[in-house]
Design a protein around this ligand. Structure first.
Ligand SMILES: Cc1cc2nc3c(=O)[nH]c(=O)nc-3n(C[C@H](O)[C@H](O)[C@H](O)COP(=O)(O)OP(=O)(O)OC[C@H]3O[C@@H](n4cnc5c(N)ncnc54)[C@H](O)[C@@H]3O)c2cc1C
Length: 388
């Protein structure tokens, strides 16, 4: 994307975050209500169109700008940053693998914010081991009949269209997974309850149930057995997005902590002048700067040289940024002392919000597993001669 256009979009996002999102952040957390008005506002600004090609009503697809938007929104509200960015995870499979009539039917509405898409892979018995899903799609004439249970579907209870992953061949492991586009009003499809979470409240994580749900064959994405590949297509971007949100929240937490430490006086001077606390904040600043640099490096690699090396950088960026954010938000609470635990200040919410970033888009143990596998096969990814 042209740098001047990107700058203009980011200025608009900063205004939205400052004037509309930040004043609502505590209330969204308290009520756990999906911020439909903010979703509409983001749609009116064209922010969902960044993942979608022009011919289908978007201005993309563009990788970097939505990541930069997520980081900015997360400074105001991690929950709304997820509500926004989940659209990218969910619509990218349609952009990559949808038949033309599916793209025409759904992408313009998604771009405008009128249709909310969701991504549904995880199940009660299959999280990290996504190939172990047991939801099935059985072909019957010109339909598939879908049976099974899904969980943790972000924006599920407000979603209009679901990218669903189900087994068309139970014996074929990952190669037996296929992807489908399932409209909300499909008979046999029931939206279940939202989880009651400690953080990211307002961004629903929903259970789904399929009892003989009939989905037309032309709503399959790609060929039978290509579902796992389709699910993985935007995984590097999803991990970079998770890192983006973590960095956004950590930045806001550190800003709050520093401002408080300059004001709060104990033992006759502002607490920032006590070396013990200064060191805590200095460590946070260094961790944040390191996480941001790695994230930027990973974004450049994924955009310019996609491959195994860039994927290992995306995994490292997710791991480092989310662990840093957990530490930085926890230390921000420590900096504010007892007030850090009070809902009158935002840092306790930030600490609760970032925990999920260490868990979704592959837990941090799974990121280490991926990085470890790369090391075993190819060596250290910093060397110029490691394979792309
Ligand atoms: C807020 C939120 C939103 C989400 N949104 C979505 C969504 O929109 N769509 C969707 O499909 N899913 C979504 N998820 C689900 C998410 O992807 C899973 O929670 C995640 O993949 C982990 O799966 P699990 O919770 O079943 O944990 P498990 O896989 O059961 O893991 C439990 C623990 O065991 C560890 N572990 C597992 N395997 C290994 C291993 N091989 N080596 C070492 N440690 C291991 C894990 O790291 C973890 O600590 C969401 C989750 C959350 C919390």
């Amino acid at each position: 994307m042209d740098a001047a256009v990107q700058k203009q979009i980011l200025e608009t996002v900063d205004k939205l975050a400052r004037e509309r999102v930040l004043p609502r952040a505590a209330e969204i957390d308290r009520t756990d209500e999906f911020p439909r008005d903010l979703y509409k506002a983001a749609g009116e600004l064209g922010l969902f169109g960044l993942w979608i090609p022009e011919e289908y009503g978007g201005i993309g697809p563009d990788m970097a700008t939505p990541l930069l938007i997520s980081e900015r929104l997360a400074r105001a509200s991690a929950s709304f940053a997820l509500v926004y960015s989940n659209c990218g995870d969910a619509c990218t499979p349609i952009v990559h693998a949808g038949a033309p009539h599916i793209k025409e039917r759904y992408l313009p509405g998604i771009a405008s914010g009128g249709i909310i898409p969701c991504f549904s892979l995880s199940e009660p018995g299959a999280g990290s081991d996504a190939g172990g899903i047991t939801t099935t799609a059985r072909r019957e004439g010109d339909h598939y009949v879908i049976d099974g249970r899904k969980c943790w579907c972000t924006n599920g209870s407000v979603g209009d269209v679901f990218i669903l992953f189900a087994k068309t061949d139970k014996e074929a492991g990952n190669k037996g997974v296929s992807a489908f586009v399932v409209p909300r009003d499909t008979p046999g499809f029931t939206i279940g309850r939202d989880e009651d979470l400690i953080g990211l409240r307002g961004s629903p994580a929903t259970q789904l149930q399929f009892d003989g749900a009939r989905v037309p064959v032309d709503h399959r994405l790609g060929e039978e057995g290509e579902g796992f590949k389709i699910a993985m297509v935007s995984l590097d971007e999803a991990r970079l997005n998770c890192a983006a949100m973590a960095i956004g929240v950590a930045t806001a937490a550190l800003e709050t902590a520093v401002a408080y430490a300059k004001e709060r006086v104990q033992f006759g001077k502002p607490i920032i002048q006590h070396q013990g606390l200064q060191f805590l904040l200095a460590e946070s600043a260094a961790q944040l700067a390191a996480a941001r640099s790695l994230w930027e490096q990973a974004m450049t690699l994924v955009a310019t040289a996609p491959g195994r090396r860039s994927s290992s950088f995306a995994a490292m960026a997710k791991l480092v940024a989310t662990d840093a954010a957990m530490q930085i938000t926890t230390d921000a609470v420590q900096t504010l002392g007892g007030y850090g635990l009070s809902r009158d200040f935002p840092v306790e919410r930030m600490m609760r919000d970032v925990k999920a970033f260490q868990i979704f888009d592959g837990t941090n143990q799974i990121q280490k597993m991926l990085i470890g596998r790369y090391l075993e096969k190819f060596g250290v990814p910093f060397a110029d001669d490691t394979p792309a």
